[in-house]
Design a protein around this ligand. Structure first.
Ligand code: UGA
Ligand code: MN
Length: 270
């Protein structure tokens, strides 16, 4: 009797595992078993290294689209002007892309290249609330907890915004720094490495209400409004712009194909 029940339990277990793999298209499996750190370290002679200030870990989620290379190129040039950074780029993908791999290899920056696909369920939940890059930032946070060195500070820089170099000077050396009230945007605060380590479970949650992704994360760090350290001349300077690159229209491609049976060279990276 017990043996038969155990056999049934085993069969149900196998069925559930198969169902999970089918529903998640194997991504659950990949998330657990595939090491998703692609490029660990790159030393570069031309970098500014300073011993007197903390290392800034800059976390950038990124996803495939026509303007991705343009956006990342612009951000990489900004980051070249900043001393002591490590750029943690996390692709929303099942595997690293050549575009990002090549861009990072040519960036002359210290970088770490990770990837973490937005899981379907969290994407659906997050999309309703306009949260993007959630899994990717969490992937970077767990890498940081495992690998970052003190003293350090963490800043979340989306790939399409415009950053004044001064914003990176402002985030250095502070436990937390916010340029706005607790209802800050992603680019409006930085967190010390100590704080991330002291609150080892804190992460971005796709379930946070719309507009509350950041404050939900900050509150998990045990921070209240009075703990914030206003920066940028007491929040009187704008140092980051929430810009968005216009989605290019490629409708001519279809017309050229139809009229001339011809396409742009798919082997040329854009
Ligand atoms: C973004 C975020 O969605 C908000 O969570 C954040 O609060 C806000 O910026 C902010 O700066 O305060 P938005 O600019 O509309 O809003 O979103 P995107 O720029 O499209 O995406 C944010 C980041 O996630 C980008 O780095 C983007 O490349 C990445 N992303 C986007 C993904 O990794 N996967 C996606 O499917 C979409
Ligand atoms: Mn954006």
């Amino acid at each position: 009797m017990i043996k038969r029940n155990l056999t049934r339990l085993f069969i149900v277990g196998i069925f559930l595992i198969c169902l999970t793999l089918f529903v998640t298209k194997g991504s659950l499996f990949c998330n657990i078993f595939v090491p998703n750190e692609y490029t660990k370290e790159r030393e570069c002679q031309t970098l500014h290294v300073r011993k007197d200030i903390p290392r800034i870990y800059i976390v950038t989620p990124t996803h495939t689209r026509l303007t991705q290379k343009a956006d990342l190129t612009r951000l990489s040039y900004t980051l070249r002007l900043v001393p002591n950074i490590r750029w943690i780029v996390v692709e929303d993908a099942d595997q690293p892309s050549d575009i990002v791999k090549n861009l990072l290899a040519n960036s002359e920056l210290h970088y770490t290249h990770l990837f973490a696909k937005t899981r379907t369920e969290s994407l659906k939940k997050a999309a309703r609330r306009n949260h993007r890059g959630v899994n990717q930032r969490n992937e970077a946070i767990s890498w940081i907890r495992r690998n970052a060195q003190h003293p350090g500070v963490v800043y979340f820089a989306d790939d399409d915004n415009t950053y004044a170099i001064r914003v990176f000077e402002e985030v250095v050396g502070w436990h937390t720094s916010f340029r706005r009230k607790i209802s800050t945007d992603m680019a409006g605060f930085a967190v010390s490495l100590h704080m991330l380590e002291d609150h080892a479970r804190a992460q971005f949650r796709a379930t946070a209400a719309s507009g509350y992704l950041e404050v939900d994360f900050i509150q998990q760090l045990g921070v209240t409004l009075s703990d914030l350290e206003p920066r940028a001349d007491d929040c009187t300077k704008v140092l980051v712009w929430h810009t968005k690159t216009e989605k290019p229209s490629i409708k001519n491609e279809a017309l050229i194909l139809k009229w001339y049976n011809y396409t742009s060279d798919p082997n040329i990276e854009v």
